[in-house]
Design a protein around this ligand. Structure first.
Ligand SMILES: NC(=O)C1=CN([C@@H]2O[C@H](COP(=O)(O)OP(=O)(O)OC[C@H]3O[C@@H](n4cnc5c(N)ncnc54)[C@H](O)[C@@H]3O)[C@@H](O)[C@H]2O)C=CC1
Ligand SMILES: O=C(O)C(=O)Cc1ccc(O)cc1
Length: 312
């Protein structure tokens, strides 16, 4: 598929799994003219050069974003504010500033805090990723058919801002994604249950299994069935990225965790009292949800489908 050029120069600040995937697909589809990679890690900059993923590579944020009409911040959530502050004075008037952070409330605030008035800040989040990180882990097909949620500032009513939102949505569609606009707070609640809590559960179950007296770590790995293996994949996700997500989305995560804990207590009671029908009812309901997800095309029936792409 070919799409016309939407932005002349895209600067990607933080050129890891997500940033390099955006660059790969944007170049492949011709939706941007020039790509500037900005990354704080010298090792990553060397890899970006070696892989030929950008037209220019720099460690200097201000130098990298200068003259860009699209700036994509793809650093860990708690690093967004500082990165934006370093970019602010160099941003081109009329530029669109977006991000890919997994939490939107705190990131939207952090971006707005130092953004000049003459740019369009439109926070975003592609709901696509893997447990891998760094520029080698990215791949062009990552966003294919996936959702990208944009959380524009609903206090800005000028037509130029609406136009900038529409243009950014076209960019993501050009990268193969589907676009939805959502309120920041709602985004953080939805993602707390669909993404953040599942990761917390994975981190916890793998931790519990490795600490369990009477069962060796060797046995845990040797006899792990599919379910536990899936948890170990998720629990291998980047520690910095996930630390930041839980710190930044504290309120929504604690809210869904409270509900989850209550439901887990109820399950525990059903097991204790042999309430087999109640267990069966829940498992029937959850099976229908999974089948609904597959019917919507959000997941393959094959376990681990596409998950090993971009592994290094
Ligand atoms: N990994 C995933 O599956 C997904 C991640 N996200 C979000 O995307 C963002 C990036 O995540 P990944 O690409 O997975 O991480 P990553 O670790 O692969 O890439 C982050 C890159 O940013 C660079 N970096 C860190 N701090 C920096 C700074 N202050 N200035 C310049 N460069 C800096 C790192 O050197 C690294 O190359 C995060 O905010 C995360 O929440 C969103 C969707 C999926
Ligand atoms: O690898 C997985 O299972 C993921 O869930 C990827 C992912 C991680 C964080 C996001 O904000 C969005 C997607």
């Amino acid at each position: 598929m070919t799409t016309g050029r939407i932005y002349e120069r895209m600067a990607v600040v933080g050129f890891g799994l997500i940033g390099s995937s955006v660059a790969r697909i944007a170049r492949e589809r011709g939706v941007v003219g020039e790509i500037i990679a900005v990354d704080a890690s010298e090792k990553h900059r060397e890899r970006i050069e070696a892989l030929g993923l950008a037209d220019r590579v720099t460690g200097d944020i201000a130098e990298g974003v200068a003259g860009a009409d699209l700036v994509v911040f793809a650093v860990p959530v708690l690093a967004m504010g500082e990165a934006m502050a370093a970019a602010a004075a160099a941003l081109a008037p009329g530029a669109t500033i977006t991000d890919v952070g997994s939490v939107k409330g705190s990131v939207a605030e952090a971006l707005a805090a130092s953004a000049p008035d003459n740019v369009f800040v439109i926070p975003g989040h592609p709901i696509a990723g893997t447990e891998n990180s760094g520029p080698d882990a990215g791949f062009a097909e990552l966003f294919d058919g996936r959702w990208v949620i944009l959380t524009p500032d609903d206090g800005r009513e000028d037509p130029a801002y609406a136009e900038a939102v529409a243009k950014l949505a076209s960019f993501w569609r050009g990268c193969g994604a589907q676009v939805e606009v959502m309120d920041v707070k709602h985004h953080d609640l939805v993602l707390a249950i669909t993404s953040h809590l599942p990761h917390l559960i994975a981190y916890n179950i793998v931790g519990t299994a490795s600490d369990l007296e009477g069962v060796t770590e060797g046995e845990v790995m040797k006899y792990s069935a599919g379910g536990f293996r899936d948890f170990t994949r998720i629990a291998a996700s980047d520690p910095t990225m996930w630390r930041d997500i839980f710190v930044a989305n504290k309120e929504a995560v604690l809210e869904v965790l409270g509900r989850f804990t209550e439901d887990l207590q109820a399950l525990s009671r059903q097991i204790r009292w042999g309430e087999a029908d109640k267990l069966h009812d829940l498992f029937t309901r959850t099976r229908a949800i999974r089948r609904g997800v597959i019917a919507l095309g959000q997941e393959s029936a094959e376990p681990n489908f596409g998950r090993d792409r971009g592994k290094h």
